[in-house]
Design a protein around this ligand. Structure first.
Ligand SMILES: Nc1ncnc2c1ncn2[C@@H]1O[C@H](COP(=O)(O)OP(=O)(O)OP(=O)(O)O)[C@@H](O)[C@H]1O
Ligand SMILES: [Mg+2]
Length: 154
């Protein structure tokens, strides 16, 4: 397992990180995004979807639970903030969706007991400076992601 810790100093930094992460994603991957309201989870998804050359705009799927974006690889973007318990996430069929795309999940905690294990898990948190975010990435894939750190700090 790799662990990477990064400080993002702006929204653009966070999007760049998403782009760098996208280089390591392939069909079947599941990405968990943990962190408070406004931590930058959706900005990260924007970066990932730009990295995968999606022509569609990333929307916050809070009300519909899941959005689907066409791109080099299909992206399923879920936000489980509003569900009350894990049963409400069963109908999303995350397992099945991961068979033909990448599934990215904001607020996965509440449904962890019924969700498949993630390939990559990220934790975003606010810092004293309003525009800074600490972002920790855990990579459970075979493929190393060390290059992300180098590229990000270039
Ligand atoms: N370094 C940073 N990285 C990401 N976003 C930042 C940063 N600095 C400031 N911001 C601002 O913080 C907000 C992050 O919003 P975003 O919707 O991505 O958060 P979120 O984690 O998805 O929240 P929610 O849980 O409500 O879905 C945006 O308004 C963005 O401009
Ligand atoms: Mg969000």
């Amino acid at each position: 397992m790799d662990k990477i810790e990064i400080t993002s100093k702006s929204e653009l930094d966070t999007k760049l990180l998403g782009k760098l992460v996208s280089n390591y994603l392939e069909v079947g991957d599941i990405v968990f995004l943990n962190g408070d309201l406004g931590a930058g989870k959706t900005k990260l998804v924007e970066g990932i979807s730009e990295g995968l050359e999606s022509p569609q705009t990333t929307k916050s799927p809070t009300f519909v639970l899941i959005h689907e974006y066409a791109s080099k690889i299909k992206i399923y973007h879920c936000d489980l903030y509003r569900i009350k318990n894990e049963h409400e996430a069963i109908d999303l069929n995350i397992d099945e969706k991961s068979e033909d795309g990448i599934v990215i999940i904001e607020w996965p905690e509440i449904a962890k007991s019924i969700l498949p294990s993630p390939s990559i898990e990220m934790y975003l948190s606010h810092c004293d400076n309003d525009n800074y975010r600490k972002i920790i990435i855990y990579n459970y894939k075979d493929m190393g992601i060390d290059e992300i750190n180098k590229e990000f700090n270039k």
